[in-house]
Design a protein around this ligand. Structure first.
Ligand SMILES: Cc1ncc(C[n+]2csc(CCOP(=O)(O)OP(=O)(O)O)c2C)c(N)n1
Ligand SMILES: [Mg+2]
Length: 1003
């Protein structure tokens, strides 16, 4: 049966041009294969075939204008197998079958049967009645189980709500452990051996820091943080965290940055680091040292995630967990039940980024994500919440967001006391005591705790009357109790449908005694004197002699000791060592040149922006079967701004639950289509979130062994300036991918004003050593740069990332000049030479849209003033400077050798006349190359605050329009005594340039 293919609903557009015809008569096509590409003045979009079949006749050609309903082709229907979207590639098989041996067995958490406490009678006007209620509840729990009891309570609460009662605050639960003692799953480990191993790791971590500071106190380091977290890490290492190996992708662990000494100390016992390496903690200038914190750039085979800039770890980990699910849902990664664990400080949770994306984690049901917040109640200067309770506050935030919250507050020594607490008074006391008091108690000893904590109520004093001060001192906190921690981790692993946060209470500087246990100065304690070290050894029973302690020796038991065998066996069971960074990703073959060929030719009369050119390039790339599935377009709610809405329909927006509604615009070609296997990450308004997604995708080659090509496109002003620290971390993590700063330049984005107009993002980008940045003007430049980016990063696996600016100004694009490729990539090439009879010459350099002003100015200078310009398109002042600095240094280091020339010098040395560089950025952008030429050098740029107006007025205001370029050039030539000053004076008058105008930075 024959079928017509016509233009579907394309929204408000009428009469749009066909710029590509992608089929011909006789072709057999599948449903959703593109027939033609349409282009409006802002975006381009492919029209998919509504069915599979054979094209009988084409009704259109390139250049035709079409509207909704226009006939494109006729199709002979035939049924084809697999007639679906060709971008839905078969899932790549990356891993061999997962060997469940390495997986932690999922024993169901014991059913919770909690016996409720009786109320404290003081607050109760009718205790008998209260008891009846509680008895009833207990009876339900006994007879019908906890879930029936919860159901009844929820019903009662709903009823109370509709009756208008004031309800209790249910954001938080009592200040006790979430998992009742009876419901704890017991650790299968040998506690005695684990305790010893933990003691050795504690000792070696502290010794390493103390030793480094004997070399120089400049080196610094932290003992107190790992001391508080040792058990939290050890239980994970011994029982839960599965390493990457041939048969499993590995759990991903984000270690708290300044607990790094503990990870080195363990790696030392595991035989992965030597004593010499520990001795070189924080001494990295010569090879073989250990970094202060987790830095993949400095230790590329060890650390995976840069976490020490607080707040970045938590949000990046959330998006990592989300990206893992994205890869699984797109069929690119096998679902092996891998987990992402994230270790955080309680002080760190005050960073807005730390809590900023917890809503997304719950919404996306990231049950592959486990946060562990180490609540030692202190940060650097003092208590995190002296007057409050950080654990309760965090519980409220996470519960409110929809997380599974597991509080680990009290250790096992408290169990009998809590059991004996028949009237709930102990629980009440636990709740009313604030963190400042809890901290002080751990600094001051058992007698103090008896007096201040239990002493408040005679009944509680009585409760501990048979205990010695030492017994009271031993009442431990949950985060130091391996049983409690094991039970919590076990429950976290088993949880389905939501992310989990384990909130553990610990003591900062645990075991450090008077030198640093729970005292305000603990954080920066890095020097322990002899007495402190002897105390620490005794406290953890480390088998070292006094002399060995004085010499600060590390302790490593014999290889055949039970501790060493146990430690290695545990890791063998869990598949290998952690942390370890590796990559087994296969490279992506760079797309063929054909895909970019169209951009090398002139667009003729047709005008478009570089953003549009880029989007067209991406659309073409989606037809390359190697590249297409690996592209990850990331957009923070600006797809329509950048003309990318065509992607919605073509490749779908990722949505883990698919689309549960029919979108309002479902009839349209660019309908808002959400899909479980969608490819676009439409992040909404969160630059930090979008950047975190980008980092996850850009490091997928190591964390998931699959090379991806993330392309994050944003308003350039909300790029580096907003997420600069993430970009720095991306450099550290060796991210590979594209950042696209769209609507770039101070005067290109006209109406949006001061907070939108970017005149400095390139300067910020230039500060990141492995960021390669470009400011192209023409479509062919964009194409050459983009293709090379894919080749260098994803085929050749260079650990660099690209920042490219794109503009929304429409203009026609010329053909690529012969042989320009090399210059485009190096940073500049001769775009055009004006050859009039003139002897006076000028070297005009321009980048981005302002190059076009320079080209127009050159024409005026040549035609009206007989001044000839060589016009240079500078695609990257940043790359030119890098090259210049490197060559300059080399020359200075080799004074006897013949001087090498920088690329800038090679381009300009034989050219006559002064250099005038014009950009849409601050002058310091182009000034960067000033040292690399001996010629007079002048910059024009857009220093100052932007403001809204038309493009023309803005360029006049910032003095980068063609008229200013002409007038300034004449003035420069006068100042170089190459022509008289009257020409410039005349030009200022002719162009109405106010010579008394205040410098734009001051307006
Ligand atoms: C963005 C950022 N700001 C400041 C610091 C410096 N800093 C390092 S550790 C620390 C205190 C951390 O306290 P907490 O999060 O409670 O961790 P703890 O050491 O108590 O486990 C600070 C302020 C940093 N690393 N990153
Ligand atoms: Mg803390």
């Amino acid at each position: 049966m024959a079928q017509n293919i016509s233009v579907p609903d394309i929204g408000d557009f009428e009469s749009v041009e066909i710029i590509e015809v992608l089929v011909k008569a006789g072709d057999t096509i599948k449903k959703n294969d593109p027939i033609v590409t349409l282009e409006s003045d802002k975006s381009s979009v492919e029209v998919p075939s509504p069915a599979s079949g054979k094209i009988i006749e084409l009704k259109v050609k390139i250049g035709d204008k079409v509207s909704k309903g226009s006939l494109l082709a006729t199709l002979q229907n035939i049924s084809l197998e697999n007639g679906n979207d060709k971008t839905n590639e078969k899932p790549e098989k990356i891993k061999k079958d997962f060997n469940p041996k390495n997986q932690v067995t999922s024993v169901p958490t014991n059913e919770i049967k909690k016996v409720f406490a009786q109320p404290a009678s003081k607050d109760d006007i009718d205790p008998a009645e209260t008891n009846e209620w509680i008895d009833s509840l207990n009876a339900v729990i006994e007879n019908d189980g906890a879930s029936r009891a919860s159901y009844l309570l929820n019903k009662v609460i709903s009823k109370a709500y509709t009756a208008g009662l004031v309800l209790p605050d249910t954001r938080t639960t009592p200040y006790i452990n979430t998992i009742p003692t009876e419901a704890e799953v017991k650790s299968p480990g040998n506690q005695n051996i684990e305790k010893k191993i933990r003691a050795y790791i504690r000792w070696n971590a502290a010794a390493m820091v103390v030793k480094a500071n004997k070399i120089s106190s400049e080196l610094g380091g932290h003992i107190g943080t790992f001391a508080s977290a040792a058990t939290l890490y050890d239980v994970g290492m011994n029982h839960f965290w599965r390493a990457k190996n041939k048969s499993f992708g590995g759990d991903l662990i984000y270690f708290q940055g300044h607990s790094a000494p503990g990870m080195y100390a363990r790696a030392f016992l595991e035989g992965r680091l030597s004593e010499q390496q520990l001795d070189r903690f924080r001494q990295e200038v010569n090879k073989g040292g250990l970094s202060s914190y987790p830095h993949p750039w400095l230790m590329p085979n060890f650390w995976q995630f840069p976490t020490v800039s607080m707040g970045l770890g938590p949000i990046m980990a959330i998006y990592q967990a989300r990206f893992t699910k994205y890869l699984i849902n797109r069929g690119l990664l096998k679902d092996e039940g891998r987990k992402i664990w994230v270790f955080l400080g309680d002080g760190e949770m005050d960073e807005p980024e730390s809590l900023g994306a917890i809503g997304l984690a719950a919404r996306e049901k990231l049950d592959n994500l486990i946060f562990v917040v180490n609540c030692n109640l202190q940060r650097l200067d003092g208590p995190v919440r002296g007057n409050g309770k950080i654990i309760q506050e965090l519980e409220g935030s996470f519960r409110g967001a929809g997380w599974n919250v597991i509080k680990v507050i009290w250790g096992s020594y408290w169990d009998p006391l809590l059991k004996a607490d028949k009237n709930g008074l102990l629980m009440k006391r636990m709740m009313e005591c604030v963190d400042g008091e809890y901290q002080a108690m751990k600094a001051k000893g058992g007698a103090y705790v008896r007096d201040r904590f239990f002493g408040k109520y005679p009944e509680l004093k009585e409760l501990v009357s048979s205990m010695t001060d030492n017994d009271i001192w031993r009442l431990n906190r949950g985060g130091h109790d391996p049983h409690k921690v094991y039970a919590a981790y076990h429950a976290a692993m088993a949880n389905k449908g939501s992310p989990t946060v384990v909130i553990a209470k610990t003591v900062k500087g645990y075991g450090m005694g008077k030198s640093g246990e729970s005292i305000n100065t603990t954080h920066q304690q890095k020097k322990l004197d002899e007495e402190d070290l002897l105390y620490y050894r005794d406290r953890f029973k480390v088998p070292l002699t006094d002399k060995q302690v004085r010499d600060i020796e590390y302790f490593k038991p014999a290889e055949n000791s039970e501790e060493m065998k146990y430690l290695k066996e545990r890791r063998r069971e869990l598949g290998g060592f952690i942390p370890e960074r590796s990559s087994f990703a296969t490279p992506i073959k760079a797309p063929s040149k054909d895909i970019f060929e169209i951009f090398m030719k002139s667009t003729g009369e047709k005008e478009m922006s570089t953003t549009m050119a880029l989007v067209r390039m991406l659309t073409n790339l989606l037809r390359d079967k190697n590249v297409a599935p690996r592209l990850v377009p990331i957009i923070p709610d600006e797809a329509r701004t950048f003309g990318m809405e065509g992607f919605f329909r073509k490749i779908g927006i990722y949505a883990h639950e698919g689309q549960k509604y029919e979108p309002e615009d479902s009839e349209q070609l660019s309908s808002y289509r959400e899909e479980k296997s969608g490819q676009v990450l439409e992040e909404g308004i969160t630059e930090a979130g979008a950047m975190s997604s980008w980092v996850a995708a850009a490091t997928s080659y190591t964390n998931h062994d699959i090379e991806m090509i993330p392309i994050y496109i944003f308003y350039s002003m909300f790029g580096f300036q907003r997420i600069g620290d993430f970009a720095w971390a991306a450099g550290d993590a060796q991210a590979r991918g594209f950042l696209i700063g769209a609507t770039a330049g101070r005067t290109t984005l006209a109406g949006e004003g001061l907070q939108h107009q970017d005149g400095h993002s390139h300067i910020l980008a230039s500060m990141i050593p492995n960021c390669v940045s470009y400011d192209p003007t023409f479509a062919y430049e964009m194409a050459v740069i983009f293709r090379e980016g894919i080749r260098r990063m994803h085929e050749k696996k260079e650990n660099i990332f690209y920042y490219i600016t794109a503009m929304n100004e429409n203009y026609s694009h010329p053909s690529k000049p012969e042989g320009a490729d090399e210059g485009i990539l190096k940073g500049m090439y001769l775009f055009k030479e004006c050859k009039n009879k003139s002897k006076t010459k000028v070297q005009l350099l321009g980048s981005g849209t302002i190059l076009r002003e320079a080209i127009s100015a050159a024409k005026i200078l040549s035609e009206e003033y007989e001044i000839d310009c060589d016009i240079w398109s500078v695609t990257s002042f940043n790359e030119l400077r890098k090259n210049g600095l490197e060559i300059e240094r080399k020359n200075l280091l080799n004074p006897k050798e013949k001087k090498e020339k920088s690329y800038v010098e090679k381009c300009l040395e034989k050219r006559d006349g002064p250099i005038i560089a014009v950009t849409d950025y601050v002058r310091s952008f182009s000034d960067q190359i000033r040292p690399f030429t001996s010629k007079p050098f002048y910059s024009l740029g857009t220093d100052g605050f932007g403001r809204s107006d038309t493009r023309k007025n803005l360029r006049k205001f910032f003095e980068v329009d063609k008229e200013h370029i002409v007038a300034y050039t004449l003035s420069i030539l006068a100042s170089e005594q190459l022509i008289g000053s009257e020409n410039a004076e005349k030009a200022f008058k002719k162009y109405n340039i106010d010579q008394k105008k205040i410098f734009p930075t001051k307006i």
